[in-house]
Design a protein around this ligand. Structure first.
Ligand code: NDP
Length: 475
């Protein structure tokens, strides 16, 4: 367990370990209790603008072949009015609504009704019932980890349809892309609103709810920490992974099918985007148990940020490269393609190894080898809201000794590779790297603020031992 109290586990003593006798944690180290004006402003900006940003990107592809400046220039020069653009936007359709309902229902069924069997025959895969981290209130939730199985079955069906059954065209997602956007928005808003009401009136764990007194902040960042329906339907695990991340690879496949339909072939850029993003998605499901220890599940409350973000932002903006390549069938030169592939693979390697090092370190309570050596450790402690003292460790070796968030660097390299696969014709496919750079930089700061209040002096020791956040010597 990442930060579980381990009273019966003998502590692994390391010659480099440092024990902190003082604890500076406040018992509640999670989401903020009070909102400053900057946070409030950012939240209101995002609540108002994020849905329009998504619409703008998708509309720019649909009506302006992905030229981001196209709509602005047309409006500024009087060639088009907002109402003209809106009139050309496909509305929600019955077909899209049925498709989306079927999709979400299918994913709910896979999540709730099919206990994991992959862990029974896949060596090294950890699935089935697993425990999450200790919440600020001291609760340890159990999760049914069956995302890999859901991903495999969904894709098996997709390929069976494409090659044998022909129930629907593989271009179905692209063909209904904007009508589906409205459906995704309806679900995103519905689930976020439901989670907010649930947090106030019938929370799953009242001790893990947080109220700031500010409606917008509560709505955006969530009130409940781990909202659930029944014993197993966990909102965060479901909405984070499925339908959004399962859909990611299907969306890319549909874009590839559309490219073939329109241009007669699938370009190497489209193949690269499909392959590199599929590695990332499969990695996510292969490591779903590890994911229980990441910030999304361990620390974020479930509000609009996760609910709407997982339903709309993720499937629509993380797939922009594939969408762009439908309109611009870029064929890369061999050196360019190899360069992109290498960047993507090296990025993935850093991302995976860094995340694995921390996971292994925490699972074995430090009794493991990192880069062939006994890891350097900083012993740390914190107090949960129930007053219980917990002990944990911070890793100072491997990538965690290079920089405090080197796993993000790997992620950023992979993200850049997806963008570079699209060539240099337009800005739109580069949105992803810009967004990821902002997201992960902000995440560094947010996480460090939280860790500092959780571990106090112990965290200061870690920052002294590993002074840089992302890139040694730079940041
Ligand atoms: P991390 O996996 O880096 O987890 C941070 C937590 O790890 C900290 O809160 C702390 O938790 C613990 N920790 C920090 N330093 C150490 C250390 N030295 N030794 C041991 N434990 C430590 O963060 P994320 O959840 O943000 O990221 C997980 C992965 O997901 C990353 O690779 C990231 O790139 C990726 N990601 C991708 C996104 C996307 O949209 N594509 C979005 C967000 C993340 P504790 O309280 O347990 O000590």
């Amino acid at each position: 367990m990442a930060a579980k109290s381990q009273p019966n586990v003998p502590k692994a003593k390391s010659i480099d370990s440092v024990t902190n006798d003082r604890t500076a944690s406040q018992g509640q180290w999670g989401r903020a209790w009070e909102v400053d004006w900057f946070s409030l402003g950012s939240i209101i900006f995002l609540l108002l603008c994020a849905p329009f940003i998504v619409y703008y990107f998708i509309m720019a592809c649909d009506q302006y072949s992905c030229a981001l400046t196209g709509p602005v220039v047309d409006i500024a020069t009087g060639r088009a009015r907002l109402s003209d653009i809106w009139a050309k936007t496909p509305p929600i359709t019955r077909k899209a609504a049925q498709l989306y309902t079927l999709w979400v229902t299918f994913q709910v069924l896979l999540y709730t009704s099919l206990p994991d069997f992959c862990h029974k025959f896949l060596p090294g895969y950890v699935g089935g019932i697993q425990e999450g981290a200790v919440t600020p209130a001291g609760v340890v939730n159990k999760y049914q980890i069956n995302g890999l199985q859901a991903w495999l079955l969904t894709h098996l069906l997709w390929f069976a349809n494409a090659h044998l059954l022909s129930w629907f065209s593989p271009t179905i997602i692209f063909d209904n892309w904007i009508p589906l956007l409205w459906c995704a928005n309806i679900l995103g808003y519905a689930v976020s609103t439901f989670a907010m009401v649930k947090g106030y009136f019938f929370p799953t764990s009242a001790r893990d709810c947080k109220f700031t007194g500010n409606f917008f902040y509560n709505y955006m960042m969530g009130v409940e920490f781990n909202p659930r329906i029944g014993k197993w339907f966990d909102f965060k695990l479901f909405f984070n992974g499925r339908p959004g991340i399962v859909a990611w690879t299907l969306i890319n496949l549909s874009f590839a099918a559309k490219q073939r339909e329109l241009h007669g072939h699938v370009t190497n850029a489209m193949v690269l985007v499909n392959v590199l993003q599929a590695i990332y998605v499969i990695d996510f499901f292969w490591n779903e148990t590890w994911y229980l220890k990441t910030i999304d599940i361990c620390h974020d409350h479930f509000g609009w940020y996760l609910g709407w973000g997982d339903c709309v932002w993720l499937p629509y903006l993380y797939t922009l490269q594939g969408l762009y390549l439908v309109y611009h069938p870029v064929q890369l030169s061999t050196p360019h393609a190899v360069g992109v592939l290498l960047l993507g693979l090296v990025g993935y390697y850093i991302f995976r190894v860094a995340n694995h090092q921390k996971d292994l370190f925490r699972r074995t309570d430090g009794r493991c080898l990192i880069w062939g050596k006994k890891p350097k450790v900083i012993e740390c402690s914190y107090t949960s809201a129930d007053g219980q003292r917990h002990h944990s460790k911070l890793l100072v070796s491997g990538f965690w000794g290079v920089a405090r968030h080197f796993n993000y660097v790997g992620d950023l390299m992979g993200s850049l590779a997806y963008c570079l696969a699209c060539g240099g014709g337009h800005l739109l496919p580069y949105f992803y790297i810009i967004y990821m750079a902002i997201l992960l930089t902000h995440r560094c700061l947010r996480d460090e603020h939280r860790c500092a209040s959780k571990y106090g002096r112990d965290w200061e020791r870690y920052t002294a031992a590993v002074p840089y956040r992302l890139l040694p010597g730079i940041f």
